[in-house]
Design a protein around this ligand. Structure first.
Ligand code: NAP
Length: 244
């Protein structure tokens, strides 16, 4: 049975993607930065109830050594890694004039360097398998920029460039690499925004609703599927039509 690794998957979009890929028949390797994220959380039982295998791996995806060790463990446990979803991400928002170096560097490390770490080690496994699907979580902020998010927008813009580079480097080995760029999706990450910020966003969305985690999971399921075998290096916006 094929295996999918989803980073930052204890909650939010990552958890929804893990459940969806489990429904699609993949064994699931979950990841998050701390054990606490899996407490009071039924994700592992929910996935196992679908008849597939599931393990959790605690690892900071911005840490090169931890990622190398974790990827090795997952390969030993499941035998292959067929789908990688680089989902873990954080925000540390603030206008550039007031943003600290720490705010900037932390977001770049967690959102952007993690994609290098994961693509490098999982990519090596996929190259030996001569097949694989990599799906990266970018953002509309990485396409259009967003005031108050110079760190986040930079990290997500870089993910788009990395997606195209990985697609070009690994395409000849039967590996696809695509990105999805969500708009405003209802998760703990966006719960932090003020009502004023939420209303401003809503005004810009053609469909006049915020996205659900299932809106993202469905597109990722397609990109992981056989039907998407000739789609690579693409960025699919899932935003209800923020910009067109
Ligand atoms: P979320 O609810 O905050 O979930 C992200 C998960 O990643 C959290 O469990 C988080 O743990 C974990 N994580 C953070 N740092 C990590 C690290 N270093 N190593 C491993 N795991 C780590 O976020 P979300 O809204 O589901 O977003 C998922 C992805 O979609 C992110 O890449 C985000 O940028 C992207 N996205 C989201 C939206 C949206 O509207 N929600 C829009 C565009 C793009 P902690 O809570 O402990 O930090």
């Amino acid at each position: 049975m094929a295996t999918a690794l989803i980073t930052g998957s204890a909650r939010g979009i990552g958890a929804a993607v893990a459940l969806r890929l489990a429904k699609d028949g993949y064994n699931i390797a979950l990841n998050d930065i701390s054990e606490a994220m899996f407490e009071n959380n039924t994700i592992i039982d929910d996935i196992k109830a679908l008849g597939v295998e599931c393990e959790k791996y605690i690892c900071d995806v911005s840490n090169f050594e931890q990622v190398e060790k974790t990827v090795k463990e997952i390969k030993e446990r499941f035998g292959s890694i067929d789908v990688l979803v680089n989902n873990a991400g954080i925000t540390r928002d603030g206008l550039m004039a007031r943003m600290s170096e720490e705010q900037y560097d932390t977001v770049i490390a967690v959102n952007q360097k993690s994609v290098f770490n994961m693509c490098k080690f999982v990519g090596n496994i996929m190259m030996r398998q001569r097949s694989g699907r990599i799906i990266n979580l970018a953002s509309v902020a990485g396409v259009y920029g967003n005031p108050g998010q110079i760190n986040y927008s930079a990290s997500k813009g870089a993910i788009i460039a990395m997606t195209k580079t990985v697609a070009k480097e690994l395409g000849s080995r039967g590996i696809t690499c695509n990105a999805v760029a969500p708009g405003f999706i209802k998760t703990p990450m966006t719960d932090k925004l003020t009502d004023e910020q939420k209303n401003m966003m809503l005004g810009q969305i053609a469909m006049k609703r915020f996205g659900e985690v299932s809106d993202i999971a469905g597109v990722i399921s397609f990109l992981a599927s056989k039907d998407a075998g000739y789609v690579t290096g693409q960025v699919i916006e899932i935003s209800g039509g923020i910009m067109m």
